[in-house]
Write a protein that binds this ligand. Structure first.
Ligand SMILES: [Zn+2]
Length: 350
């Protein structure tokens, strides 16, 4: 009997050392104290077989073994539970050294960025910023700007007309239209404010064009004009040079080529030195070193007269520039469709 107690004691030591989980310890508890077939109760039941004179010693040894197994099982169970809790806590602890998650911020559209830049540099030259209306009458979009009645731009082939007619105005009963350029703002501003006026107008314009790499039926223009005493073409050139250098870098060059617009006389197309080859000649500029950037001219005397301004006393210049084209050049976007598709993978780069 004493031998059995000693054997069970060392067997327990080995089993306890091997049991490293709450489940294994539970199994040990059943093995030693289980109501059916528990090893400790089995030994106690054999006490009655022990001779009387040994009973006390064997009983003491058996009690000692039971108490030891009980307390060691309890101690290890608690230790393992504490370790589990510790590991769980470590998993849930906030690691302040992790990099912070970036909040998702919105982006300004490339055309908006260019518009803001253009508006800012003209604001510095004390221009009034006035976007003007997108739905316009024939008078402000064509007639007052000296377009002849049979000018092709007035055709339904080129202009979007709206199913609403002009009430009163200069041509009562004529259909309204979506402006084909921002030049309508010239007439509206000269009517509203008598000269001197300095206005910059940025906004959407519409033409019945097919969508191609370079063209879209809706695009953005910036229109600037000045009317004052003694304004001459030198003022125009200096203003455009200032703008082009601010937008494309201080070493940008420009040149003017004679052109024709109904509302300016003389008129010019303006080229600037190619921003890709800086004038040396490359594929983008067809080896010329120049790229077309805007149209401009001195405001036609008839346009001034149409606004009740005496061309003998006042003169002015005007220019119109495509903002989408500026954005495409500045950000190297080859296709205008990219600008209007609103693909987040593109927009997030700005
Ligand atoms: Zn080039």
């Amino acid at each position: 009997m004493q031998n059995d107690i000693t054997a069970l004691s060392s067997e327990f030591d080995a089993a306890l050392a091997a049991a490293n989980s709450a489940t294994a310890l539970d199994e040990l508890r059943v093995r030693y104290f289980g109501r059916k077939g528990g090893l400790i109760p089995a030994l106690f039941s054999r006490l009655k077989e022990v001779p009387k004179e040994q009973k006390k010693d064997v009983g003491d040894a058996l009690n000692k073994l039971r108490d030891r197994i009980e307390s060691e099982l309890k101690e290890k169970t608690e230790r393992i539970a504490a370790e589990e809790a510790g590991r769980k806590e470590a998993r849930e602890t906030l690691d302040v050294t992790l990099p912070a998650r970036k909040p998702r911020l919105g982006h300004l559209h490339p055309v908006t960025l260019v518009r803001q830049e253009v508006e800012q540099l003209f604001r510095e030259m004390t221009y009034t910023i006035d976007p003007g209306p997108e739905i316009e009458t024939d008078w402000y979009n064509f007639e007052a700007l000296n377009f002849t009645p049979d000018h092709p731009a007035r055709d339904t082939q080129d202009t979007f007309f709206v199913d609403v007619v002009e009430k009163g105005g200069h041509l009562p009963g004529a259909p309204l239209l979506l402006r084909t350029h921002t030049s309508n703002v010239q007439i509206r501003s000269m009517e509203k404010w008598k000269p001197p006026v300095k206005v910059l107008s940025c906004g959407r314009v519409y033409r019945r064009d097919e969508i191609t790499m370079r063209r879209s039926p809706m695009f953005h223009q910036a229109e600037g004009f000045v009317v004052d005493r003694g304004i001459h073409i030198g003022h125009l050139r200096a203003t455009l040079e200032f703008m082009i250098r601010r937008l494309f870098g201080p070493d940008s060059k420009m040149r003017m080529r004679p052109s024709f617009f109904p509302f300016t006389e003389p008129s010019a197309e303006v080229d600037m030195s190619c921003i890709f080859c800086r004038g040396a000649g490359c594929g983008t500029c067809s080896q010329t070193g120049w790229m077309e950037i805007l149209g401009c001219g001195m405001i036609h005397p008839q346009v001034l007269r149409n606004c009740g301004i005496d061309p003998e006393e006042w003169s002015g210049f005007a220019f119109g520039m495509g903002l989408d084209r500026v954005a495409m050049l500045k950000y190297d976007i080859p296709n205008i469709r990219t600008i209007f598709e609103n693909d987040l993978r593109v927009l997030e780069q700005f």
